[in-house]
Design a protein around this ligand. Structure first.
Ligand code: KIV
Length: 261
């Protein structure tokens, strides 16, 4: 269990100590449970759209939805560092609009925001960091680009893509990101990125040489009715438990064994 409150500095220090452990949370109860388990960093991910809200992609997630879930998670007052996702469309929007989105997420209780994108948004990120908004970068597979990509895939397979990813990582570090998420990056390239930057690279589907790992909580808990990405190892089977509990409740009501005096 974490005994200390995590800060962006303590997360950075972990790079030289042990892998950072992170997951997503979308509500107060899951945030409390994840915190009790000792997570270092909790992300209110825009994956809330696909895990909880029934959308096909994260493109449908709005700032209002992110604020609603960030407020719920922040009420858990976790020791883990709370980061909230900037939703679709903001990272390339006018600076005033992205600043306003970040301001609202921070004032809703996030300690930092996560923004998808590489070198092209580094100047925006620099301005945000300069204005007091800590930023977690996100490179590799960018789910908010799904309309351009067509499908989710691995990144860094070609030399050109690998070089571009390393450049993205360095530009985001120079812009002031305190850490990066690297999603679906070939493990050799992820290792090179981690070695090329001082800040931590937290991987998801990017192999074992990153400075930490993040998984979507519903995927790792086995609390989903959909297929999960191939890199996910389910550490639980909550869906089965939920169905079983509902079935037992149904039987008890029908058989009049619940309620009993
Ligand atoms: O929204 C999310 O859950 C994420 C993780 C996949 C890192 O961005």
């Amino acid at each position: 269990m974490n005994t200390d409150i995590q800060t962006i500095q303590s997360i950075q220090t972990l790079k030289s100590v042990r892998p950072i452990v992170a997951t997503t949370v979308y509500d107060s109860i899951m945030a409390e449970l994840a915190d009790q388990a000792g997570m270092d960093l909790l992300l209110v991910g825009d994956s809330v759209g696909t895990t909880l809200l029934g959308f096909e992609t994260t493109v449908h997630v709005t700032l209002e939805m992110m604020l609603h879930h960030t407020l719920a998670v922040s009420r858990a007052k976790t020791k883990a560092l709370l980061v909230s996702d900037v939703p679709y469309g903001y990272s390339h929007d006018a600076y005033g609009n992205i600043f306003e989105a970040c301001r609202q997420l921070i004032q809703a209780g996030a300690s930092a925001v996560k923004i998808e994108g590489g070198i092209s948004i580094a100047p925006t990120i620099k301005s945000l960091v300069d204005s007091g908004i800590p930023v977690l970068g996100h490179i590799g597979l960018l789910p908010q680009q799904i309309k351009n990509l067509g499908k989710y895939r691995k990144f860094g397979k070609t030399d050109v893509e690998a070089k571009a990813l390393i450049e993205d990582a360095k530009a985001l570090e120079d812009a002031g990101c305190f850490a990066l998420i690297g999603e679906m990056i070939g493990s050799d390239v992820a290792k090179k990125i981690s070695q090329s930057i001082e800040i931590p690279l937290i991987g998801i589907g990017s192999g074992n040489d990153c400075d930490g790992q993040i998984l979507v909580s519903n995927d790792l808990l086995g609390l989903s009715t959909k297929d999960v990405p191939s890199f996910v190892h389910p550490f639980g089977d909550l869906s089965e438990n939920v169905i079983k509990s509902f079935q037992e409740y149904k039987s008890a009501v029908i058989e009049r064994t619940y309620p009993n005096e």
